[in-house]
Design a protein around this ligand. Structure first.
Ligand SMILES: C[S@@+](CC[C@H](N)C(=O)[O-])C[C@H]1O[C@@H](n2cnc3c(N)ncnc32)[C@H](O)[C@@H]1O
Length: 209
């Protein structure tokens, strides 16, 4: 089993800046989706190769995975996909990132690390201050997707996002996935594993109001 990376370690204080949209993508005007905790990026490769009218940006804290993903993007000459290494909390708090967030149509948090022990909850990716950063930069109508197989983590994330009055839940049955960043409901690696093991998945969508 993999050792979880402690995002609060000083190693992540220095951040890799997100480049400008023009530097990252061939067509910077396309809709932009941000996946936080993108691991080796397979989910985003699957999306980017099929949905060429979207740009995809992944942020991942494990450097080796990001290096390999970046190499793969270059080798395959994919122009609508980019990866950034580091702690997403620190990266998105940067002024340059806030300009990028303004262009983000949707963000996914797929199966974030659960950090079960109470004293480790501050390592969880979703924090009230992080929600403040997102809500002050995201445009109205932008979406946040959360998904996990850990009920306690789901309740924690749902409670934290719902406490921020700039976000409202969208009923999944009223949601038109065909116009979203993931029209074909591609599954992440963790999601495939959870489905294979017949475990429950808890998910919710929020809109910035
Ligand atoms: C359980 S894995 C899920 C990976 C993928 N989203 C999926 O559904 O298969 C969680 C991922 O989030 C990354 N991660 C954890 N904390 C992070 C942070 N603060 N910033 C960026 N990535 C983080 C981990 O390294 C790991 O790759």
């Amino acid at each position: 089993m993999r050792q979880h990376v402690n995002p609060l370690s000083r190693n992540f204080n220095e951040i890799e800046r997100i480049p400008s949209l023009i530097e990252m993508f061939n067509d910077s005007k396309l809709n932009l989706h941000l996946d936080i905790g993108s691991a080796a990026g397979e989910f985003l490769f699957d999306l980017a190769l099929v949905n060429t009218s979207w740009n995809y940006l992944g942020i991942e804290i494990r450097e080796r995975l990001v290096k390999t993903a970046k190499l793969k993007v270059r080798e395959r000459n994919i122009k609508n996909l980019y990866f950034v290494f580091g702690n997403a909390n620190n990266i998105l708090n940067d002024d340059q990132s806030k300009l990028i967030i303004k262009n983000v149509k949707s963000i996914s948090f797929n199966f974030p690390d659960p950090w079960f022990k109470k004293r480790h909850h501050k390592r969880r990716i979703i924090q009230p201050e992080f929600l403040d950063v997102l809500s002050s930069s995201l445009q109205k109508g932008s979406l946040i997707f959360i998904k996990t197989d850990v009920k306690d983590l789901f309740d924690y994330m749902d409670c934290t996002i719902s406490k921020n009055l700039n976000f409202k839940t969208i009923d999944k049955k009223d949601f038109n996935f065909s116009e979203s960043f993931n029209p074909n409901k591609v599954k992440t690696n963790r999601e495939k594993y959870v489905i294979f093991n017949q475990r429950d998945i808890f998910e919710k969508i929020y809109i910035k109001i």
